[in-house]
Write a protein that binds this ligand. Structure first.
Ligand code: FAD
Length: 299
């Protein structure tokens, strides 16, 4: 007989978690509670997103600095080039360095107006590769960048998008984190092509545990991720059953992670949307166990 599902997972996966900067005190409490739940899993880092057009500059900084000062988890700050001069980016980067933050997730970003096309600031960086090089020239940050298993929507071709990813590694990135996807084959195909294109750096799958398909579909259209039809079927009739939707989400996502693990993946980055439960359950199924002392000095 086959071994039971999840029985062969050794707990040797490294995980990281992504949060967004909270807008209110209540949201800050929710975020902090998520961090407290997930910290004992000893993530190798957690990251905090940056709002469109730099709209969360202060809040992102505050959140990353708080994680850096109050927990033992390495904190990474997302940073984009949208509507920023090189001098402004330099100022932000220097503030992060001074606050003890050593890891930046460097992105081009999207224009603040939905549907508008990206136009670089006349005194700014034109793309993420240029931003990576600019940041590296300021301080020796560890840098993560974005990758798109199903191709970035604005890319001229799949190959040119891969060439762009290679340019980001060549500029000094140490890892790529992928856009979310729902078929492990898309990720494996992408990694094979990336290796064939000479990319040797880490390509960490970005995992989005979906419990609301309609909302995810809206977002997926803008960022080059396909939602398979079977997913609609799985959530059919569950609009008024949030707890059941969570269970279904955990099942689908854990199965996808199990297949990634079976294919050799040992790093996972979770888009938590500031909620711990799904990511925590999936990490548990991946064999990870909480270590009581991982969260030091947490409020
Ligand atoms: P780039 O790598 O610069 O690529 C953008 C597009 O331009 C691609 O199509 C690429 O192929 C093309 N391109 C780049 N350079 C060239 C060139 N020289 N010639 C021709 N084509 C070129 N957005 C936020 O606003 N805040 C966040 O915090 C945030 N976090 C993210 C985290 C992850 C893990 C991911 C995957 C995405 C995140 N995003 C975030 C979204 C991201 O900003 C958008 O997907 C954006 O459209 C592209 O950013 P990029 O860094 O991939 O851009």
């Amino acid at each position: 007989l086959d071994a039971p599902l999840f029985a062969d997972l050794a707990g040797d996966a490294a995980v990281s978690f992504e949060f967004f900067p909270p807008k209110s005190e209540k949201m800050e409490e929710t975020l902090w509670s998520a961090i407290q739940t997930l910290a004992p899993l000893k993530p190798r880092f957690v990251s905090v997103t940056y709002g469109a057009g730099g709209s969360t500059r202060e809040r992102t900084h505050h959140t990353v600095a708080r994680i850096a000062s109050e927990t033992a988890i390495p904190a990474a700050a997302h940073l984009t080039c949208v509507e920023a001069t090189k001098a402004e980016i330099e100022e932000i980067a220097r503030e992060y360095w001074a606050a003890g933050v050593r890891h930046i997730v460097a992105l081009r970003g999207d224009p603040p107006t939905e549907g508008a096309s990206f136009a670089p600031h006349p005194d700014g960086y034109r793309n993420a590769a240029e931003l990576v090089a600019g940041l590296k020239a300021i301080h020796p940050f560890e840098i993560s960048v974005a990758a798109y298993p199903e191709c970035h929507p604005e890319a001229a071709s799949f190959d040119s998008d891969l060439a762009n990813l290679k340019a980001k590694f060549d500029a000094g990135a140490t890892r790529a984190i992928t856009q979310f996807f729902f078929t492990p084959e898309a990720y494996f195909r992408f990694c094979d092509k990336a290796r064939a294109a000479g990319i040797t750096g880490e390509i960490v799958p970005g995992i989005l545990p979906v419990s609301n398909v309609a909302q995810t579909r809206k977002f997926a259209g803008m960022c080059g991720a396909a939602i398979p039809a079977w997913m609609d079927r799985l959530f059919e009739g569950l609009d008024d059953h949030p707890a059941t939707r969570q269970l279904v989400a955990a099942t689908i996502t854990a199965e996808m992670c199990r297949r990634l693990y079976a294919g050799g993946v040992r790093q996972f980055h979770f888009y938590t949307l500031n909620r711990a439960e799904l990511a925590f359950a999936i990490c548990h199924l991946l064999g990870l166990r909480a270590e009581a002392k991982a969260l030091e000095n947490a409020a």
